[in-house]
Design a protein around this ligand. Structure first.
Ligand code: UDP
Ligand code: MG
Length: 342
């Protein structure tokens, strides 16, 4: 038999106004990946409607290095969609017209040198040991106090509300096996929160700790406005808890009206000189009606939550293996460097 095909690793690299970073970043990435000459690399840069000379820089890069692929979005669609466009290209996207052979593993990383290229190569080692998703977990980050504290609050809320466990201090810097990329590609929701989707998909996931560096040049493409809508996508995309909160509040207020009724009856019987005519009806009625209204809104909320989940139209499940009569169990793809693993 002929020698097995060389494993193909694709990098998906979103770019938004990174003209001063691209050349330095690509040099660092080429240097780091040169240590693995036994692998085939493809570097897919996705220009997310940059307003500077990023696209020109990328096309220059492509002239100099045939492993570079350049995608350019027609406008700024945001980081999550830029990454999705890259994943669709290198994986077997749902469009069914993947133009290139699918990669065996895909690494997503930022192009501002905050995610160290050397760490991405360590991710490949873990993948070869059989891990399906290696996510970079920040041991430390050199961001502003504001960014760190808002990120902390966000992960705290997400942790309490989301229906699945989404690891903390994890960005989109991660390696995904081809199988995982194919599953993630089946999630076509618009308000995308990729790290949540990847956690939702399952498979064997492990963290790799790293120190996040400072942005090399330029400024962040995530101002507060984008950060807030991103946080909303994360929480609302993976939780209908806020809707259920309505009926809980309604029940609490209704109970309060019962307590108030008891108090009113007490005053009426034992301190008749203090009771004002009509106030019992008004006071208790107000609380009772408010409570009933909130409970009914909660009922609507529960149906709305179901409509929302159905509208997201996520895959119902993901298979990692089918071992059926007549067909061999799917081999663990290309990962055996020594040929020893099965
Ligand atoms: N990015 C993008 N589209 C955007 C904003 C950012 O593709 O609308 C890219 C950006 O070029 C970088 C990555 O996403 O490679 C992370 O963005 P950034 O460094 O601005 O975010 P931060 O690290 O400050 O959270
Ligand atoms: Mg950054």
């Amino acid at each position: 038999m002929s020698a097995p095909a060389r494993p193909r690793i694709a990098y998906v690299l979103p770019v938004y106004n990174e003209q001063d970073n691209i050349a330095v970043f690509h040099a660092a990435l080429s240097k780091a990946t040169a240590a693995r000459a036994d692998l085939d690399f493809e570097f897919v840069y996705v220009n997310d409607g940059s307003r500077d000379a990023s696209l020109d820089r990328l096309l220059e890069l492509r002239d100099a290095d045939p492993r570079v692929t350049v995608l350019s979005l027609s406008r700024n669609f945001g980081h999550q969609l830029a990454v999705t466009a890259g994943l669709d290209l290198v994986g077997a996207g749902t469009d069914g017209d993947a133009p290139t052979a699918a990669a065996d593993a895909v690494i997503v990383m930022d192009t501002d040198l905050q995610d160290p290229p050397a760490v991405s190569v360590q991710m490949i080692d873990l993948w070869e040991d059989g891990v399906d998703v290696v996510y970079g977990q920040r041991r430390s980050r050199k961001d502003t106090v504001f960014k760190r504290s808002t990120a902390y609050a966000f992960y705290w809320a997400l942790d309490r509300l989301a229906s699945i466990e989404i690891p903390r201090n994890v960005g989109d810097f991660r390696l995904m096996d081809a199988q995982v990329v194919a599953e993630v590609g089946r999630y076509r929701e618009h308000g995308r929160f990729l790290r949540g989707i990847v956690a939702h998909v399952g498979f064997r996931q492990e963290a790799l700790l790293f120190d996040r560096d400072e942005r090399f040049a330029g400024e962040t493409g995530y101002p507060l406005r984008k950060m807030l809508s991103f946080a909303a996508n994360g929480i609302l995309g993976f939780s209908t808890a806020p809707l259920r909160l309505i009926s809980r509040l309604g029940i609490a207020i209704s109970l309060l009206s019962v307590l108030l009724a008891l108090y009113v009856a007490y005053v009426r019987v034992f301190q008749p000189d203090q009771s004002v005519p009509g106030w019992a009806f008004l006071g208790v009625g107000m609380f009772l009606l408010g409570g009933i209204q909130l409970i009914m809104m909660g009922v609507i909320g529960m149906y709305l939550g179901r409509v929302y989940v159905e509208a997201q139209d996520r895959p119902l499940y993901s298979l990692s293996l089918v071992a059926r009569e007549g067909a061999p169990a799917a081999p663990r793809r290309h990962r055996d460097r020594s040929g020893a693993r099965s």
